[in-house]
Each structure stands twice: as structure tokens, then as C-alpha cells.
Design a protein around this ligand. Structure first.
Ligand code: KIV
Ligand code: ZN
Length: 514
């Protein structure tokens, strides 16, 4: 029985999703949860791309010791030096070097001939092997490359020292039978392929990324590159949760083993959607809100009689707990601590204290708190930027016969500063205008605002996700409160604080979920 290695690229390709931008502390929180799920490799970023990417790779390589951490580099010395500088403190860092190999990319993007590309790739791999023998080589757009050239290229980079050969379907053009055949042909025609691990990296432009990855595994690939919730460039990458649960549920067919802990999937999915601000569609396989919901009476009746009539997976296998009513205002620290541990979170003292304080506040307003409420509180606390601006108070008046108006006062670095009162098209518009008046930042724009109830019932927590574009970069703020105007205020301030913390070098790395 073969073993599949899972290489997660949520923090690199996933972060290339339009409108997604994570700060290093958020990336570390996700990396810790990925380690808890026991992925084999975490691709933490593309260090030459930006100072933030460099810092995130350095932080993750230093802090996450039990998983290989990879950093991406183009096939040139500067990229490789920078990637290694970020990775070097890691326990077992991997340099991931790539160059495009398809006719269209070589001609128009690289303006290079086949032989030049081959020479550059070999030179880059040899250069990388000064630093480490843990080198992965990717032939970008491999699925549209000329076969004989691809075989020669792979053979040459293995000879130069590459230990993992990655076959990307960069533009999501492949279809399963053809992609499976490509992997088989690589195995048959690259003479030294036994000296390397064979990996695939699929994009989802035709909705086939998971199917193509599975076809590759059936034909001899042993590493698969994935991203949580399937995020990534354009239509995204192979979804981690779908790939793993396909192998888990259809073990009878694939007969492949893997080391991941499936019960961490739901937690990871929620964390990634919260921090990236990319909502998961309700009917998304495995992690969508409806993935385990049964609407028709016939189905509900069947599931009550025997779960497997209409469910091929047990919700508990992905860590979806019963949303039972469990804790209330009389529950103490111990009860909450035990409950959170039972859910599988290991919070450090500071984060737990934050969750506990919020729990007490919420329990005063809502009689019984469910698992979903507690998870919302945890996700609120797991990562937070230094509160450069903190809310002192917000007060809103609105109604169909009133001009919506917000009055608020903020503290900056602990000191009270001017209050502002603004009117707007609605209460949220008024709040955001009042904040803008105080913080006085140029070039700030609200790009999206989402609100959802965490549970059923009119006393539910309202979860608000705000995405701001400040000086061309996106910052996400998120807050869950029973009062949605308060949640909107805090979410907006969190996004502003993230911008200020990253630009002032004051990011507080307190994330801990492992
Ligand atoms: O899609 C792609 O080709 C990539 C490579 C850099 C692996 O992301
Ligand atoms: Zn990609």
C-alpha cells in the first residue's frame, strides 16, 4: 500500500487568491493548525515577493518544527538566496525552485528557447544544492509542455540534485485520464525518476483539480499539492479537505495511506475562511454548511433510521461536533477549558483568557452557548493585531424615519482621542465614516462586508468580516458579537490595526492553536 505525502500551499498559492492578503502572524496561526492536521510539507510563501512573505516564511520555519517548511523561488540566484535566507532556521527546510516549460510560456513570458530553460533550471538546482539537498523542482505549465522536452528537463534536474519533481497543471487545462497518463509517461520515460518523489499541483479552472490529482496518484505520483478550501490563483487549487476525504472514504478503491488527522479539517477550514475573508460556499464538498445537512423528509427519515443510508462520511471524522447546547453563564473557567480541549484546541493562557472574558460577556446575553458559539469566540481571539486603535464606545441611532448616525470614541495606544459623529446611508456606513474621520488614513476603501449568524435564533452571534483595501493591499477584520453594529465597528478596526501593525512593525504574534 503506497503512502501519499500532502504538501499544503494555502499560504503561498492560496494567498495568491484575488483579494487575499495575510499578515505573518495570521500565516503562523494557519501553519500551526496545518501542523496539527499533520500535513507533510507547508509551503509558507514566496520570500522574494515581498517583505511580508519573507517574514512569514522565516517565522514559520523557525516556529513550526515538526513539518517540512518550503519557500518558493524562481530559477535565479537572487530568488534562491532570498528563499534560503528565510528558510535557513527551519528544522528541515525545502527549497522549491521553478521555471516554465510550455512553448507558450517559454516564447512569450521567458523569451527563452528550450535549451536555455533547461540550462537555467539545472544551474538553479545546482545552486540551491549548496544550501540543502531538500530541493523540489516544478516545471510550470507542465501539462501543456512538449513531452520529450519535459522528460529531458526532469531527468536533467534530478541529475543536478532535485529530490522532488513537481508536475503542475498551472492553468487547470488537464482532464483526469490525460493527466494520469502524463504521470505514467513521466514514470516510464524519465530514466532517473526513481531517485525523486513525483508530485502534482493542480488548478481548478475546469473544476477538475481534485479529480486530476487523484488520477495522478493512481498512476504513480506520491505527493499531492493542495490548499485549504481549494483557494488559490483564479479558480484555486486542489482542495485539501476533498482530496484527503476522498482517500479516506474510498480507501477500498485507492488503497493509499496518508498521515493526516481528518478531525482537524473543519477547524482549519474555518480558520482559513475567517482569516482570508473568503467565505466557503454552503454546498462546498466536505466543509460547506450544507455538506452534512438533509432537507428532504425522506432523507431525514433514512438518516435517523441508519446514518449510512444518505451519508457516506461521518461528520465527526472531519471534526464537526454536535452543535449541542452545553455551556451557560454558570460554567466556570475549568468547564470552558475542558470543553475547548475536548474540541481539540490547545490555547495558550493569554488566548484562553481572552476567550473566557468574551464567553462570560456572551453568556450574560445568551442563556446557552453552543459549540459554534465557542468556536466563533476562539477564532476571534486566535489571531489579533496589536490594538493601536481600540474602541472606547460606539453608539448608533437608526430607523426608517431617522438619519442614521454613529458616535464613537477611540483610544490610540491607550490614550483617549477625539470622538467623531457622522451620519451615513445606513448605520454601518455612519460607523465606518466616523472611524475614518478619526484615523485619517488616505487611500482606504471598503472592498467587501459580510455578515452571517453563527447559529439559529434571534440572539445569535453575528459574525462580520470586513475587507479593506489600504494603499493597494487588502486587510481583513473579523468580529463576532450579538450586536452587529458593535461587531462591524470591531471588525473594521481590526483591519485598520492590521495595516498599522504591519506597516509599523508592531504585529503581535500571539497566535497559538497547536
Ligand atoms: O501553478 C503553478 O504552476 C505553480 C508553481 C509555481 C508550482 O504554482
Ligand atoms: Zn499553482
Amino acid at each position: 500500500m503506497g503512502r501519499v505525502k500532502v504538501f499544503d500551499t494555502t499560504l503561498r498559492d492560496g494567498e495568491q487568491s484575488p483579494g487575499v492578503s495575510l499578515v505573518p502572524g495570521e500565516k503562523l496561526a494557519i501553519a500551526r493548525q496545518l501542523a496539527k492536521l499533520r500535513v507533510d510539507v507547508i509551503e509558507a510563501g514566496f520570500p522574494i515577493a515581498s517583505a511580508g512573505d519573507f517574514e512569514a516564511v522565516r517565522l514559520i520555519a523557525r516556529e513550526v518544527r515538526d513539518v517540512e517548511v518550503a519557500g518558493l523561488a524562481r530559477s535565479n540566484f537572487k530568488d534562491i538566496d532570498r528563499a534560503w535566507e528565510a528558510l535557513q532556521e527551519g528544522a528541515d527546510p525545502r527549497l522549491h525552485v521553478f521555471i516554465a516549460s510550455s512553448p507558450v510560456h517559454m516564447k512569450y513570458k521567458l523569451k527563452m528557447k528550450e535549451e536555455e530553460v533547461l540550462e537555467r533550471a539545472v544551474e538553479a538546482v545546482k545552486y540551491a544544492s549548496r544550501y540543502t539537498s531538500n530541493i523540489e523542482f516544478s516545471a510550470e505549465d507542465a501539462s501543456r509542455s512538449e513531452l520529450n522536452f519535459l522528460f529531458r528537463l526532469f531527468s536533467a534536474v534530478i541529475k543536478a540534485g532535485a529530490r522532488v519533481i513537481n508536475v503542475p497543471d498551472t492553468v487547470g487545462y488537464a482532464v483526469p485520464d490525460q493527466f494520469g497518463l502524463l504521470i505514467k509517461q513521466i514514470k516510464e520515460n524519465v530514466t532517473n525518476i526513481e531517485q525523486a518523489e513525483l508530485s502534482v499541483h493542480c488548478h481548478n479552472d475546469l473544476g477538475l483539480a481534485v479529480a486530476n490529482s487523484l488520477a495522478a496518484l493512481q498512476n504513480g505520483a506520491t505527493q499531492v499539492e493542495v490548499a485549504v478550501n481549494g483557494i488559490g490563483e483564479r479558480a484555486g487549487n486542489t482542495a485539501l479537505e476533498e482530496l484527503i476525504m476522498a482517500l479516506y472514504t474510498r480507501k477500498d478503491f485507492y488503497d493509499l495511506t496518508f498521515s493526516q488527522d481528518t478531525t482537524q479539517i473543519m477547524r482549519l477550514s474555518k480558520m482559513v475562511s475567517g482569516l482570508t475573508g473568503m467565505a466557503v460556499q454552503a454546498n462546498k464538498a466536505i466543509v460547506g454548511k450544507n455538506a452534512f445537512a438533509h432537507e428532504s423528509g425522506i432523507h431525514q427519515d433514512g438518516v435517523i433510521k441508519e446514518r449510512t443510508t444518505y451519508e457516506i462520511m461521518d461528520a465527526r471524522s472531519i471534526g464537526l461536533e454536535d452543535n449541542s447546547l452545553i455551556l451557560g453563564k454558570h460554567s466556570g473557567r475549568h468547564a470552558l477549558w475542558d470543553f475547548i480541549n475536548e474540541l481539540g484546541y490547545e490555547l495558550d493562557e493569554e488566548v484562553f483568557q481572552g476567550v473566557f472574558n468574551r464567553f462570560k460577556e456572551l453568556a450574560d446575553k445568551k442563556k446557552k452557548l453552543s459549540t459554534l458559539d465557542i468556536e466563533a469566540l476562539i477564532n476571534n481571539e486566535i489571531y489579533s493585531a496589536d490594538d493601536i486603535y481600540a474602541l472606547d464606545y460606539v453608539s448608533v441611532s437608526t430607523g426608517n424615519t431617522l438619519l442614521p448616525t454613529a458616535t464613537l470614541k477611540l483610544k490610540k495606544d491607550g490614550h483617549l482621542i477625539e470622538k467623531a459623529a457622522c451620519s451615513g446611508d445606513g448605520p454601518i456606513d455612519a460607523i465606518f465614516k466616523a472611524i475614518n474621520e478619526i484615523i485619517n488614513l488616505e487611500d482606504i476603501r471598503l472592498v467587501s462586508y459580510k455578515i452571517d449568524a453563527v447559529t439559529e435564533g434571534t440572539d445569535a452571534l453575528g459574525e462580520v468580516v470586513v475587507k479593506l483595501k489600504i494603499k493597494e493591499k487588502t486587510y481583513v477584520g473579523h468580529s463576532a458579537q450579538t450586536d452587529i453594529t458593535y461587531a462591524s465597528t470591531l471588525a473594521y478596526l481590526e483591519a485598520v490595526n492590521k495595516y498599522l501593525a504591519t506597516t509599523n512593525g508592531r504585529e503581535r504574534v500571539q497566535a497559538n492553536s497547536s
